[in-house]
Write a new protein. Structure first.
Length: 637
């Protein structure tokens, strides 16, 4: 530090000596004048000294300086000369540097006294008021972008005016709440430097009325990394307000703009700012400080001072509503809810603005092709004819599928002839036995009054059973249109199992029917087609068990309710099973695992189930066997 001070002192001394050697002695008359002499009628040339105590390359100060210069130059009828001094040393002055800089400014401007002093920020204003008697006695002063709280201990002379830095936290929060009316939390982010603390103090004062309906918390003092983690974990109903951030709780120095970029990158919710230069680096917007508008307002005050008017006490700086169109789109915020008169920046051009000539070219091409309309009409007619032919082909395919399904039913019934004969023998034998017994009891007179009645009842029951068997066979073999109605699935299962029970008994297979635990809703569809599906599944299960050399011989037919609006039918067997890779292939046409099979049973079953808006699929059973699942929609209520 000592070496740095020595080097700085030597550099300043060399600059002073060089300047003093080049500056000619001023005549006495010039030393006594407060303003240079110029032409009349207000067109005299003027000099304006701009004193900046901040980094001159910061975007906000560049915009402020440009607006102030343009306003003064365009509003003053005569020549305007600007002199600029950057007093960065004021932020951390040393005694030697201070004395040398004051001597340099004193010698530099004693012969070329400016007509006006413009001081930027509270640091610059403090310097001017402290050294005014020595350096700028009698010269009016206009300040710009000064925080009122930072100079509360100073007395502002009558010939000093300017613009106060107006940080509108409340206005920005109102704009944010208009865009996010469901917000319930607000996080205010600021640094730990003296300037940062002044901004946060203003935030606490302005946002206090909102605490009755919003949860407001402040990030400072905290390390920057902790602040970034906090904004990254905010809920959807939160808003982030960002002020200045020049230093964090650990003492690390930052450029506020760089901190805002990091916060915008990490934040899980939209962020709003108080400074116009932050709009465009990830901030949605807000009622921001406008350095350009502030510089323009200070320039107009400067023109009044130079014209001899008394502009009065300092005035509030300029704030405007500015928003980033890209961020509004990113967060899904309604642009129509921004305050009236807001400036929307970075708006993407419309389709017409971007592709104007492309659109014109397309229109010209369409106009040029209008001669082809007749040909297009002919082509459309041909296409409709082709579509009609396609529909006719689909109808023929549907009929062929129905024919094949009917053939499959008849073939299946043919295979069940032996079982059906066995099933029919039982009621016929019962009829003959009961009829013979009744005849004998009547002939020998040994019958009581009740016995013939009971025998006749048995004969009737056996006849009814035989009739039902015949009716089921006729229904299965019948060919007719699809009939959709409510179906009692449990009853359909009982009828199908009764039809197959003789064949199942011949094959020494046990079949179990497990109804749903709850009341099973009725399905919707054609009972004959669905009985064909169930018949095919059970017959396939019988064939799979018959192929197995050993092990249990059992078929389970189960119903359940697994999804609302559907009934679930499952047929499980303990047969040889199907490989995992082939579970989907077995539903393809002409794919079979039986030696004499056609491979159409499951394919037709899938067509029938899908025509009923259902699903059919297969799964493996462990340790052996296959399960076929059918999901059917329930009948509408």
């Amino acid at each position: 530090m000592a070496r740095r001070s020595v080097r700085t002192w030597r550099l300043l001394r060399v600059l002073c000596v060089a300047w003093l050697s080049l500056t000619p002695p001023a005549p006495a008359a010039a030393q006594t004048e407060s303003t240079p002499t110029g032409s009349g009628n207000g067109a005299r040339p003027i000099r304006v000294l701009l004193l900046y105590a901040e980094d001159r390359l910061l975007p906000a100060f560049v915009a402020q300086d440009e607006a102030l210069r343009n306003t003064v130059q365009s509003g003053w009828p005569g020549p305007v000369t600007f002199h600029t001094e950057h007093l960065e040393f004021l932020r951390r002055p040393g005694e030697v540097e201070w004395k040398l800089m004051l001597e340099l400014l004193e010698r530099k401007y004693q012969a070329r006294r400016p007509d006006l002093i413009v001081a930027s920020t509270s640091v610059g204003l403090r310097f001017v008021l402290a050294q005014r008697v020595r350096l700028f006695a009698g010269i009016p002063v206009v300040f710009v972008a000064v925080q009122r709280e930072a100079v509360a201990d100073l007395t502002i002379p009558p010939d000093v005016t300017g613009t106060w830095l107006s940080v509108n936290w409340a206005g920005t929060l109102d704009a944010a709440l208009a865009l996010q009316p469901k917000a319930r939390q607000v996080m205010v982010v600021g640094g730990a430097s003296s300037r940062d603390e002044i901004w946060l103090a203003q935030a606490r004062a302005q946002l206090a009325p909102y605490e009755s309906r919003l949860t407001i918390r402040y990030s400072s003092p905290a390390p920057l990394a902790e602040t970034l983690r906090s904004v990254a974990s905010l809920p959807n109903d939160a808003i982030v307000l960002v002020g200045t951030y020049q230093r964090d709780a650990t003492g690390r120095e930052f450029t506020p703009r760089d901190v805002v970029v990091q916060i915008a990158k990490e934040s899980s919710v939209p962020i709003y700012a108080m400074v116009e230069s932050y709009v465009g680096i990830g901030v949605v917007g807000g009622h921001v400080l406008s350095p350009a508008a502030d510089g323009e307002k200070a320039g107009r005050l400067a023109l009044r001072v130079l014209s001899g008017d008394h502009p009065g006490p300092p005035v509030a700086g300029a704030n405007i509503h500015v928003f980033d169109w890209r961020q509004l789109q990113r967060w899904g915020l309604d642009e129509s809810r921004v305050p009236a008169g807001s400036v929307i920046r970075f708006r993407q051009p419309s389709v017409w603005e971007t592709y104007r000539w492309y659109i014109v070219a397309v229109v010209l091409i369409v106009v040029a092709q209008s001669a082809l309309i007749a040909g297009l009409l002919v082509e459309r007619r041909q296409r409709r004819q082709a579509e009609a032919a396609g529909r006719q082909a689909l109808e023929q395919a549907r009929r062929a599928r129905e024919e094949l399904a009917h053939t499959l039913r008849v073939a299946t019934l043919g295979e069940l002839v032996a079982a059906i004969a066995h099933e029919m023998n039982q009621p016929l034998t019962a009829i003959m036995t009961n009829a013979e017994a009744t005849r004998r009891m009547v002939d020998d007179g040994s019958a009581t009054s009740i016995e013939p009645v009971e025998a006749l009842a048995d004969i009737k029951a056996a006849a009814v059973r035989a009739s039902q068997i015949i009716q089921r066979l006729r229904a299965m073999a019948r060919k007719g249109p699809v009939e959709s109605r409510e179906i009692d699935l449990d009853k359909l299962i009982d009828e199908t199992v009764a039809l197959l029970r003789g064949d199942i008994a011949l094959r020494r297979i046990t079949i179990l029917v497990v109804p749903a635990k709850d009341l099973l809703p009725r399905a919707s569809g054609d009972p004959i087609q669905l009985q064909q599906v169930l018949l095919n599944l059970i017959v396939n299960a019988e064939d799979a068990i018959a192929t197995a050399a050993d092990g249990p011989r059992e078929i389970v037919v189960e119903t359940s309710i697994d999804e609302p609006g559907f009934v679930h039918l499952t047929v499980r067997d303990t047969g040889v099973g199907v490989e995992e890779a082939a579970l989907e292939e077995i539903f393809e046409p002409f794919v079979t695992t039986k030696g004499g099979g056609l491979g159409m049973g499951l394919s037709i079953s899938r067509s029938i189930v899908e025509a009923h808006h259902g699903r059919i699929w297969a799964t493996r059973q462990w340790p052996r066997g296959t399960a076929l699942h059918v999901m059917l929609p329930t009948a509408p209520r």
